[in-house]
Design a binder for this molecule. Structure first.
Ligand code: GLN
Length: 203
């Protein structure tokens, strides 16, 4: 942990707290022993060892993060190697390319992915399914999808962590950045947060 701002072994994690289910991520990471703070202002980024972009509504999160001046410095920090985990709207925020974005919607432009928002339509708005994800251990991941996106296309540097039975990609990792289309933070599933904290410790 080079240049650890806290000087100690407890990592300081910022959860982007402009909109969405940031409280659930703060609870999940606090339970795993991290020092977790809400991230709302650009000057807070430098003190962080990792960042989480929560679920919510990506178009609103996009607007607020630009209005608060957080988007650009955050994208720069993530490109510089800051370990990051995004869920659902967070996955959308991290993707370089979107299909079905609203007019003017931007992203942080990190992952070499094309993500489709609201990929499961109205009839299948929300659902839960167990998905085998060998990278995370033997037990399947109980995945809660809420108006979720999917990864439609990804570049060679993107590792697929999980896909649905029909092949649709719903969890990926590229370097220090993890993203899932579903919400482990509402399902009592802590292996994504643990994997993220491992990235933080080895960064
Ligand atoms: N549909 C939302 C969006 O486009 C994401 C939903 C979620 O984060 N649960 O941002």
């Amino acid at each position: 942990m080079a240049g650890s701002p806290t000087g100690g072994a407890v990592p300081r994690i910022g959860v982007l707290a402009l909109q969405g289910d940031f409280r659930e991520h703060i609870a999940s990471l606090t339970a795993l022993g991290a020092d977790v703070v809400p991230l709302r202002r650009p000057e807070e980024i430098d003190a962080l060892h990792g960042v989480v972009v929560p679920g919510g509504e990506s178009s609103v999160m996009d607007k607020l993060s630009r209005a608060f001046g957080v988007a650009e410095p955050l994208a720069e920090a993530i490109r510089g190697g800051l370990p990051t985990y995004g869920t659902c709207a967070g996955m959308i925020m991290l993707s370089q390319r979107l299909t079905s974005a609203i007019a003017g919607q931007q992203t942080l432009g990190i992952l070499d992915t094309t993500v489709r928002r609201n990929a499961f339509g109205n009839q299948n708005d929300s659902f839960e399914v167990d998905i085998p994800m060998p990278d995370l251990g033997e037990a399947p991941v109980h995945a809660v999808f809420i108006r979720a996106p999917v990864v439609e296309q990804h570049g060679p540097g993107v590792h697929v962590l999980g896909a649905l039975g029909d092949g649709q990609v719903v969890a990926v990792q590229q370097g220090n950045v993890i993203a899932s289309a579903f919400h482990p933070e509402v399902a009592g599933e802590d292996r994504f947060h643990r994997r993220f904290l491992e990235l933080v410790h080895s960064a």
